[in-house]
Design a protein around this ligand. Structure first.
Ligand SMILES: C[S@@+](CC[C@H](N)C(=O)[O-])C[C@H]1O[C@@H](n2cnc3c(N)ncnc32)[C@H](O)[C@@H]1O
Length: 267
């Protein structure tokens, strides 16, 4: 049974970075918070909305430092809630998409602490739409898949490449920058055309946003040449050809024109 802490813990999604992409509910809860526990991915612009008097605890990974262990984060949230504070656990994007928010919810439930979950705009939809890339589009993509490009503890990138190499489905890879050459190679080996349009979006929706796009075959080199730094989201699929953001059609795949014609045909 859930304990009667004075206030339920709010596990809140902060969206991809632009503070105007916060939900109205997230903004209200932040304004009322007296303790905010936040990750590295929460942008400075969103943190600026935390009330001056509220306690702020950073639990992300700073450069050259290890992240705060998940057990410590879990215990801290329980302790703060039991201390009678209005706790906001603020996480980048949506708390339940590759964010360990569900593990924190599980821990609160196990310890009988009441909580609510406030969805946020996940990086896939936030960064892609803001960059002019529709994740689905009639005639180009019938669906979309979100996967992580982060290696597991045993160093394996354990993905079902043959199911991911589907030209009808947009593929969004979170945490894929470090393994981008492997991701490119495996997808092409599994049958995805090397000229599939692809983009890498760094720090999407923030003042530091940078985007590069081209053919899947060239994406690792393009990202390297642009000097993209985490957080980076990869979007792979024909829909990328619809983006106008980088304007220079010369850098887009040769078959972009064909894709545009296809779209025109489908009205
Ligand atoms: C640990 S996951 C957290 C995802 C988050 N919960 C969400 O729903 O967006 C971190 C990854 O999300 C992606 N990401 C999050 N925010 C981003 C942004 N503003 N620009 C680009 N990628 C972003 C990157 O792939 C990054 O490595």
């Amino acid at each position: 049974m859930r304990e009667q802490t004075r206030y339920p813990v709010a596990i809140v999604g902060a969206g991809p970075g632009d503070p105007e992409l916060l939900t109205v509910k997230a903004l209200r809860l932040l304004g009322d918070a007296d303790a905010v526990v936040y990750d590295r991915l929460v942008s400075a612009e969103v943190r600026a909305l935390i009330p001056a008097g509220a306690m702020q605890v950073f639990v992300g990974k700073a450069s050259n430092c290890h992240p705060t262990p998940q057990d410590e984060i879990n215990d801290l949230i329980v302790r703060l809630a039991r201390g009678g504070r209005r706790v906001v656990r603020l996480k980048g994007g949506d708390p339940f998409v590759f964010g360990r928010g569900s593990e924190e919810a599980e821990h609160l439930a196990l310890h009988g602490v009441a909580f609510e979950v406030v969805p946020g705009i996940t990086a896939a939809s936030g960064c892609a739409s803001a960059a002019g890339i529709p994740l689905t589009h009639r005639g180009l993509a019938t669906g979309v898949r979100f996967v992580t490009g982060h290696r597991s503890h045993d160093g394996d990138l354990d993905l079902n490449w043959s199911s991911l190499a589907d030209p009808e489905t947009t593929l969004v890879v979170y945490m894929g920058l470090a393994n981008l050459p492997t991701i490119r190679d495996r997808l092409i080996e599994a049958g995805l055309p090397a000229e599939t349009p692809a983009a890498a979006i760094a720090c999407g929706t923030t003042p530091d946003e940078r985007i590069c796009g081209g053919m899947l075959a060239d994406l690792p080199e393009l990202a390297l040449a642009e000097g993209l730094k985490a957080p980076v989201l990869l979007v792979i699929g024909r829909v990328v050809a619809l983006a106008e953001t980088w304007g220079s059609v010369g850098r887009l795949p040769a078959d972009v024109v064909r894709i545009r014609e296809l779209v025109a045909e489908h009205g």
